[in-house]
Structure formats: C-alpha cells, structure tokens
Design a protein around this ligand. Structure first.
Ligand code: CO
Length: 151
C-alpha cells in the first residue's frame, strides 16, 4: 500500500526514532509499504519517520540494489564527497551536501538477523541521508545551499 510521505514541518521528522524490537508482521507490512511508496516516488531512499512511523528502519533503492536496514549503525565513515541531494519530505528542493565517500554499517533485516555492509559513492550518500532521518536530521540542516530543484 502506498503511504503518504510526510513533509517538512511535521514534528515526526524531527524525532529521535526508537529502535525496532519486534520483527513481526506489522514491521513487514511497513517495509513492504515503504518499498512501494519509494518506487512510486522514484526516490533513492525512504526512512520510516517519513511515513509517520518514528522507528529505526530505512529502505534504500540504488544501482547496487534494493536494501532494508533495521536498527542501522555506523561502524566507520571514510573520505569525503560533495554532491547534490534532495529529499522526498522536502519537495521541489535540492542542495549540496558533503558526506563520507565510504561507510560501513551494521544492521538487521526484517527477520532480525544481523549483517554488515560497506557502501561507497552515491550508495554511501543515500545511507548517510537515511540514517540522519532516524535522528531527526534533514539534509537541509547540512546543505551548503538549498535551491529549487530543476525538475
Ligand atoms: Co530524506
């Protein structure tokens, strides 16, 4: 089911999200809905608070594939990249943000199994952007400039 994407100004986007403790059907439904919502919006990532659920779950859809990260944490962050970013919760805007060029994260899948993953370049940018959402941080807080998007 497509869910409504919350827009900037809604306090749910500013919450420190709670860890996921129940790996149940409700979580599966949420993740399925987030996947569908992200595909329709043609975005690179979506965090649970963006559909109004302040828990530590994100989905990312990039060249490397489609990923679900539950309770993700950084192991390390390396290097630096400067590039354009947008957010489905900040419609019609884009900004330039400096991010690490390579990150390693630990996370759980929807069953609660633990994994680690290294992401680089745009994938690393998407991971950093989505993990920020779980702490109530928007890219506009970090952007050098925020402008009207060209499309
Ligand atoms: Co975003």
């Amino acid at each position: 089911m497509i869910r409504e994407i919350v827009q900037v100004g809604d306090p749910v986007l500013r919450k420190k999200c709670a860890p996921v403790t129940r790996f149940d059907g409700e979580l599966c439904t949420l993740l399925d809905d987030m996947k569908e919502t992200l595909k329709k919006a043609q975005g690179a990532g979506l965090a649970a608070p963006q559909v109004g659920v302040p828990i530590r779950a994100v989905v990312v859809d990039v060249e490397e594939g489609y990923f679900e990260f539950i309770n993700p944490v950084f192991v390390w962050q390396k290097g630096e990249q400067r590039g354009a970013e947008g957010c489905l919760s900040v419609r019609g805007k884009a900004g330039t943000v400096v991010r690490p060029s390579k990150v390693k994260i630990l996370f759980q899948d929807r069953k609660g199994d633990k994994y680690s993953l290294v992401a680089r370049d745009f994938f690393a940018r998407a991971v950093c952007h989505e993990l920020d959402h779980l702490d109530g941080i928007l890219y506009t807080d970090k952007a050098e400039n925020v402008r009207d998007a060209e499309d």
